[in-house]
Design a binder for this molecule. Structure first.
Ligand code: PHE
Length: 355
């Protein structure tokens, strides 16, 4: 057996036992590479006679062909095996249940804001926003609040500077001012958001939520205000009929002003909204004062309208039977799990607000 034949035999064995692609790549260069056994054998041709050359070359070529076939067959096998192994290893079983997966809940206040926005968007109100940190002018002066008004007292308002020029807004009414100053009438907006007053007990927290409403146009009157609020309360509590009363009140920025109460009764420790002989205050409202319109560059001889401010937390407590306002802001995960909403249960007018 010639040296070359020995090598051929050795390499056939090597190919047979090769386990992976990297071993095969190495073997391939040892056989077919520049200094591989095939090339080295071809180099011997030069020292042979023309007659001998023919046989010798034919012999190398057939060995080369044999090795190539063996090699590519083995490569395919190894490749298939590696692919199958890889696929098996990387396989994700999508039927497996998640481990330690806890679904988050939407806070009742967020849910109620979404519900209210839905109801008002249905009748043409768009949503505006204003900052929590306001200036004194937007929060009080532009809203026709006199210098000595009790609301401006340090006991009620959180001021952020010595001069009492910057503060945490005490209501969402400054968004009325911002909206009117940046646009042109008519205006038909609601503005939900956080508000702050220095107060704390079972029904008051230093931070709470309000929703402002403002509708300014040429012929808007108190009847529109009543109709709008009546529609809203019924839609919000998802009832056909509602007992509602407008009580005369006072706000510097509306004239006339009213507070709205809704009727309720208690049955088996539960509040039944809309009927009964008890009253609960839920919002303040009125016709926007001409001075406010003037301060906001709106001509009170051409335009008029109504505004209202609803306590969102209170509505959430009533609708979802939560009796301590402070629990809203304690960040107790167990509480949220109980009172919170499924994130995919988005309130809509057509599918129903709450289910
Ligand atoms: N801003 C008033 C409050 O916080 C509510 C209100 C808003 C009243 C708009 C009238 C008009 O009590």
């Amino acid at each position: 057996m010639s040296e070359f034949e020995k090598k051929l035999f050795e390499f056939k064995e090597k190919i047979k036992v090769a386990k992976n692609l990297s071993e095969l790549t190495k073997i391939s260069s040892e056989i077919f590479g520049k200094n591989g056994i095939i090339n080295l054998e071809f180099k011997k041709l030069g020292s042979l006679s023309p007659d001998e050359r023919k046989n010798f070359a034919a012999n190398i070529n057939s060995s080369k062909k044999e090795l190539s076939e063996l090699f590519s067959k083995k490569s395919n096998e190894v490749l298939d095996k590696e692919i199958i192994e890889k696929v098996n290893k990387e396989k994700i079983d999508i039927t497996l249940p998640e481990k330690d997966f806890e679904i988050g809940k939407v806070h009742p206040v967020s849910q109620v804001i979404d519900e209210i926005s839905c109801i008002f968007s249905e009748i043409g109100f768009s949503v505006e926003e204003g900052p929590d940190v306001e200036n004194e002018y937007n929060n009080f002066t532009a809203l026709n609040t006199p210098e000595n008004h009790p609301a401006k007292d340090m006991h009620d308002t959180f001021y952020l500077d010595q001069d009492m020029k910057t503060l945490l807004r005490t209501h969402t009414s400054p968004v009325q001012v911002r909206t009117m100053l940046k646009g042109r009438p008519p205006f038909k907006i609601i503005a939900p958001g956080r508000t702050y007053r220095s107060d704390s007990d079972q029904t008051h927290t230093p931070m709470f939520h309000q929703l402002e409403g403002l509708h300014i146009d040429k012929d808007i009157n108190m009847g529109h205000l009543k109709g709008c609020l009546n529609y809203f309360i019924k839609a919000f509590f998802e009832v056909e009929k509602i007992k509602m009363r407008f009580r005369p009140s006072h706000f510097p920025f509306t004239e006339p002003s009213a507070e709205v109460d809704i009727g309720y009764r208690i049955e088996n420790n539960k509040i039944i909204i809309g009927e009964g002989d008890k009253w609960l205050e839920i919002l303040g409202c009125g016709m926007v004062h001409p001075n406010v319109l003037k301060n906001c560059k709106v001509d009170p001889n051409k335009f008029q309208g109504f505004a209202f401010g609803i306590g969102i937390d209170r509505l959430a407590m009533l609708k979802y039977g939560i009796n301590d306002l402070r629990s809203f802001f304690e960040c107790d995960y167990r509480w949220l799990n109980h009172y919170g909403f499924d994130p995919l249960d988005v309130p809509t007018n057509y599918r129903g607000l709450s289910r």
